[in-house]
Design a protein around this ligand. Structure first.
Ligand code: HDE
Length: 701
């Protein structure tokens, strides 16, 4: 048993194998039973006194009906107090390079292992049923089922945090959640209380800029970075300590929606990110992230102008480069949401030998909170639930009982030490966890170190490092948010605060929202840094894998152009969807019938990354007469998306995008100057190049 468990912890599918013990599969042979096992003959009628008209009273005696209703009455558990909305998937962690110079942790030193894992993505503010594409930080919580026990990295897609001391967490969360008097708004930071909090806490400034950037409206969970955020320690076999930050960089690059899209998708498909992840995994396009470490030797901790224990600061890559040593892949969808995602419980305090905490004041508070919150969500035996239990052998003779205990431990003693030497602890040579013997001395005080008091420099570096288009998006985001604050105290003084980082930005926002400007312009230190603009994280070569591409059709389309383009895109890994005038079928010029995946009114351009329209009579007879099809093109263009058209579709597209007079790209090319519009003429659609639009492509948004 123990040997199987250890093997599971080192093999990619180990957690799947472990969960099989508790997995049953629905079929048409096994009869429906009560939870205590008797077969049910009629699940549709409550037992009653059936008089002649069958209108007699219902009987409380009906244990089958009562069990069904009772189970239903109690099927909800409290949602997570933050990060309630999310979804998860299983995967594997592989190490390419051993980090044995800095740690003894098996998961970071044994390159022959494949460690199974579960990753849950989430938004922060919204409740469990809120929409995926709101402006928010995204959670990136990983549970690695290692051979030495579970290691949880409970991270985010933004490398810094709002506050410096964990005791402020209830304040920041209350301020951003719906206001207490009316529970409005849902899943949004655009309200008085949040911006009041931001103003009152200048330590939020750096995080606030990231939150107003495109990072907070990702295109996909698969296209975001993951950061451990807090500072942990790695301990090597000589007992030397390095401080460490964990990084995950997506193979697909970092990409975002534009705000108008994000807003619309909230209504059009609130599950957009959940479905995107599941669809990609189901289709075998497994998302991958490079795993890296930033390391600071213990004796260099004081060498920086910031405190490496301050979670509102990044460790600039110029000073502390990222060492990439592994890869995380997601490759299996869950089978059932509640037991495998709702009951998943992460704890920053779950670390394995070779890894330790630091005096990061946020981390220390988190170590208490996560462990504590699981008790109100799941009860004291939450670590025994299939999704949470380790894959390696585990046993503790003292930790017993409590509600819903289901593991059975044989033996007559439940204390240590005992006369049988049962369940002995392990010393370090046997893999026992030993804390780093850091010397600690001091007086008790409620305080933070001096370097924690500087709150603006890195926010300015972040803003300076963005491209012009990203800066414009930040200006629009601040303006949107403050426009939704109706208390002048809040928006007026907030624009003054923005001016500390950038007068130019504050000017734009103040003009839009009616804010105030300080009398003196602020000073800008002019510094930029690596790794802050998301445009640095584009894939090496443009790729269209898993991008959703719509082909618009009505009766009379060019069948050859349609199939050639569809095949070419599918071959390159794109997900192609046919959107037609009606789903019962559209007929081509040459008589072939295609049954579209959706009809026009059922879909919106916002749910696709690009659009293709083949030539044919269908343009004049169908698309040009259909308001939804016309708006589709205009809206795609406004959202900076590539649009391709053949023959008759070309003038139609030009008209919808309002660029009749502008020369769009010459046939078969794609360029920034073409405004992301590709055109092709003639019979040979294969002359069309299938590509992607670069970051500098222009548009109306
Ligand atoms: Fe969390 N956070 N957090 N947080 N957090 C929770 O734990 C907390 C912080 C993060 O998918 C809760 O199990 C405190 C930073 C993620 O299940 C709770 C502080 C970062 C998730 C909690 C922080 C995070 C949570 C609620 C300030 C990024 C979702 C449910 C010191 C590194 C985990 C739960 C999942 C969830 C407390 C700050 C990320 C209440 C006290 C910084 C991804 O315990």
């Amino acid at each position: 048993m123990a040997a199987t468990a250890t093997k599971n912890a080192k093999s990619a599918d180990g957690k799947f194998a472990d969960m099989q013990r508790d997995t049953i599969e629905l079929n048409d042979k096994d009869h429906m039973t009560t939870d205590y096992g008797i077969k049910i003959s009629d699940p549709d009628h409550w037992l009653r006194v059936a008089d002649e008209k069958k209108t007699g009273p219902m009987l409380l005696e009906d244990q089958i009906a009562r069990e069904k209703i009772m189970r239903f009455d109690h099927e909800r558990i409290p949602e997570r107090v933050v990060h309630a909305r999310g979804t998860g998937a299983f995967g594997t962690f592989k190490l390419f390079e051993s980090a044995e110079d800095v740690t003894t942790a098996g998961v970071l030193t044994d390159t022959s292992r494949e460690t199974p894992l579960f990753l849950r993505f989430s938004t922060v503010q919204g409740s469990k049923g809120s929409a995926d594409t709101v402006r928010d930080v995204r959670g990136f919580a990983i549970k690695m089922y290692t051979a030495e026990g579970n290691w949880d990295i409970v991270g985010n897609n933004i490398p810094v945090f709002f506050i410096q001391d964990a005791v402020k967490f209830p304040d920041v969360v209350h301020s951003v959640k719906p206001e207490p008097h009316n529970e409005v708004p849902q899943g949004q930071s655009a309200h008085n209380n949040f911006w009041d909090f931001v103003y009152m806490h200048s330590e939020t400034t750096h995080m606030n800029y990231w939150q107003m950037s495109d990072r907070a409206i990702p295109r996909s969970y698969r296209m975001m970075q993951g950061f451990g955020v807090n500072t942990y320690s790695l301990i090597n076999k000589e007992g030397k300590r390095h401080l460490v930050k964990f990084h995950f960089t997506p193979e697909l690059g970092v990409h975002s929606l534009v705000w108008d899209e994000a807003l619309k998708i909230c209504g059009q498909d609130p599950d957009f990110h959940r479905k995107d992840l599941m669809d990609a995994i189901d289709a075998g396009h497994f998302p991958r992230w490079k795993f890296g470490l930033q390391l600071i030797p213990e004796d260099k901790v004081d060498d920086f102008e910031f405190d490496p224990l301050d979670a509102t600061k990044v460790w600039p890559e110029e000073l502390v480069p990222i060492r990439y040593i592994g890869q995380l892949e997601l490759n299996r969808n869950i089978d059932e949401f509640f037991p495998q995602t709702e009951q998943a419980a992460f704890c920053t305090s779950h670390i394995v030998p070779g890894i330790d905490f630091s005096n990061d004041p946020l981390l220390q508070g988190r170590n208490f909170s996560y462990f504590d919150t699981q008790i109100s969500r799941l009860g004291p035996n939450w670590e025994e639930l299939p999704i949470n239990r380790p894959v390696c052998p585990y046993m503790n003779l003292v930790n017993r009982d409590g509600s819903m205990k289901h593991r059975i431990t044989k033996g007559t003693v439940n204390y240590w030490p005992n006369r049988f030497h049962a369940n002995p602890p392990a010393d370090a040579s046997q893999g026992g966890f030993t804390s780093y013997p850091e010397k600690q001395q001091g007086i008790k005080a409620r305080a933070l170190s001096e370097k924690f008091k500087e709150h603006y420099k890195q926010a300015q570096t972040f803003y300076n490092s963005l491209s012009e288009i990203e800066k414009l998006h930040v200006a629009k985001a601040f303006s949107f948010e403050l426009d939704h604050c109706d208390d002048p105290i809040v928006y007026k003084r907030m624009t003054e605060r923005i001016a500390i980082v950038s007068s130019e930005l504050a000017e734009m926002v103040a003009t839009n929202v009616g804010g105030d400007m300080p009398s003196k312009p602020s000073k800008n230190h002019g510094k930029k840094a690596k790794g802050l603009s998301q445009l640095e994280y584009l894939p090496e070569k443009p790729i269209i894998d898993t991008r959703r591409i719509a082909i618009l059709l009505a009766d009379g389309f060019d069948y050859n152009a349609y199939t050639t383009m569809k095949d070419a895109l599918s071959e390159r890994g794109a997900f192609v969807f046919t959107i037609g005038a009606q789903r019962k079928g559209v007929t081509s010029e040459s008589g072939q019938t295609v049954v579209p995946d959706h009809f026009f009114t059922g879909m919106r351009s916002t749910l696709f990354d690009a659009t293709f329209i083949p030539g044919g009579k269908h343009v004049a007879d169908g698309l040009a007469k259909n308001g939804v099809a016309k708006f589709w093109v205009t809206e795609s263009f406004a959202h900076l998306k590539p649009i391709a058209g053949m023959n008759e579709a070309v003038p139609f597209i030009k008209k919808q995008i309002g660029l009749d007079e502008v020369e769009v790209a010459s046939p078969g090319t794609l360029s920034a100057e073409s405004y992301g519009v590709v055109t092709g003429y003639g019979d040979a659609p294969s002359t069309l190049k299938v590509g992607s639009v670069g970051p500098d492509s222009k548009g109306l948004a």
